[in-house]
Design a protein around this ligand. Structure first.
Ligand code: C2O
Ligand code: CU
Length: 441
């Protein structure tokens, strides 16, 4: 009896401790902050989670529940979306769809039941073009139930900023220029908030390098020439066959996990992490090998995809839904980015049935880039420009290039309303978003 009273009391007093059975609790406070870039003698005003840019890397184990109490100390409303996580729809963080915006001074508690291990990230889903650009983003790692014996588990969150000479963030968002092009590309690229950082390793070490593209719009094609490595996961999920990393396109939203072995004889060497997406390759960071005796390389096989969607399921299936991607006149900014000529929120939406395979075709009728992302699902690329082109992995974001057409297959596994949008934030803000309703039978 007394115990019950105590519990009731606790429930009344503290909204956090009310969440009994939670395995893990943490706090995220979106608020203003300052960040040191190496180009300036002064600090750059940013918007941050917990005062840091990027926000803290959250780590929790698969099979547990992560409870995140968000306390909005910004001057505007926000939300937190857990990119790539397949969770309860009410926790997906999309204002107007799955929750109310978190107003200034208000709190919202996210309860994330973490089912699958992998590399995920979090960011606002409101006024995202501005909020992400000002620094609101962070990484969420869901660890395997049995930790893989890598020598180091490293996170590289790529970001891209447009800074002014006075050290401030260029304060105009969704400009006509950004809207007419591929969104807001910056003039400063960072990894974990730092410009050209160096990762130090020892010969013989085996490194898990998790690379996340958290930029508003910039696309990367990373390369780490000279190092033996394989891609073991894409968009948070293990791949079915390991493959080389070179030329892998990382659109905003995409992640890769690399399994890198530092050669025994690499002591003293420096390897460059380069971006080759743009005409001129540029260095983003470095891996520096200590001039030391080699460590013994851990021997183990990383997990391969389980429950992988076989491509054959989709062979006979007609396309369930086609979305044509193009610009239209109108919308909030005068230039709209549309799916089937309609702008969010009056979008051309889709209805799918739980467990029933569907095929989606994205046709890019424009000459711009559209990395299309679907919430609460992963999918397989089946066709590119009418030709079979089946990928050996699943994703949650795929780049649809200029005039390109891509067919993907997916099996809806989670009920709810899940948005699908371009991950170039200016395009999404200008209407390039829709939703998919998944329900039973
Ligand atoms: Cu990172 Cu709606 O997405
Ligand atoms: Cu786009």
């Amino acid at each position: 009896m007394f115990k019950r009273l105590l519990i009731i009391l606790l429930l009344l007093c503290s909204p956090i401790s009310a969440l009994a059975g939670a395995d893990n609790k943490t706090q995220l406070t979106p608020k203003e902050g300052a960040h040191q870039f190496p180009f300036f003698d002064y600090l750059t005003p940013v918007w941050s989670y917990n005062g840091q840019v990027p926000g803290p890397t959250l780590r929790a184990r698969a099979g547990t529940t992560l409870v995140v109490d968000v306390n909005n100390q910004l001057k505007e409303a926000t939300s937190v979306h857990w990119h790539g996580l397949r969770i309860d729809n009410a926790m997906d963080g999309v204002p107007g769809v799955t929750q109310e915006p978190i107003k200034p001074g208000e709190r919202f508690t996210y309860r994330l039941r973490l089912e699958e291990a992998g590399t995920f990230w979090y960011h606002p889903h409101l006024n995202a073009g501005e909020q992400l650009e000002r620094g609101l983003k962070g990484v969420l790692i869901v660890e395997e139930q049995e930790k893989l014996p890598f020598s180091q588990d490293v996170v590289w969150l790529l970001d891209d900023w447009r800074l002014r000479k006075d050290g401030t963030i260029y304060p105009y968002f969704n400009t006509r220029h950004d809207l007419m092009h591929d969104g807001r590309w910056g003039n400063a690229i960072t990894i974990n908030g730092k410009v050209k950082p160096t990762l130090t390793v020892t010969p013989g070490e085996r490194i898990r390098l998790r690379i996340i593209n958290g930029a508003n719009a910039r696309i990367f094609a990373g390369s780490l020439a000279g190092l033996p490595m394989q891609v073991i996961a894409v968009d948070g999920r293990p791949v079915s066959t390991f493959f080389p990393f070179d030329h892998f396109i990382l659109s905003p939203g995409n992640r890769v996990d690399l399994d890198i072995t530092i050669p025994d004889d690499a002591g003293g060497r420096i390897f460059q992490f380069e971006d080759r997406f743009t005409r001129r390759p540029h260095v983003l960071g470095k891996i520096k090998v200590r001039d030391e005796k080699p460590h013994k390389t851990p021997q183990f096989a990383p997990p391969k995809a389980k429950g992988f969607i076989p491509a054959e399921i989709f062979e006979e299936l007609p396309v369930t839904k086609t979305w044509d991607l193009n610009a239209v006149r109108g919308g909030r900014f005068g230039i709209g980015w549309a799916m089937n000529r309609r702008l969010w929120p009056t979008a051309d939406k889709a209805d799918f049935k739980l467990g029933k395979p569907v095929k989606i075709r994205f046709i890019n009728s424009s000459s711009r880039l559209h990395p299309m992302h679907i919430h609460g699902a992963f999918f397989r690329v089946l066709e590119v420009n009418g030709q079979p082109d089946v990928e050996l992995f699943t994703r949650d974001t795929v780049l649809v290039g200029p005039r390109e057409s891509i067919v993907i297959g997916l099996i809806p596994e989670h009920e709810g309303i899940w948005v699908a949008h371009c991950h170039i934030q200016s395009h999404a803000d200008a209407g390039m978003m829709t939703s998919i309703k998944v329900d039973k039978k």
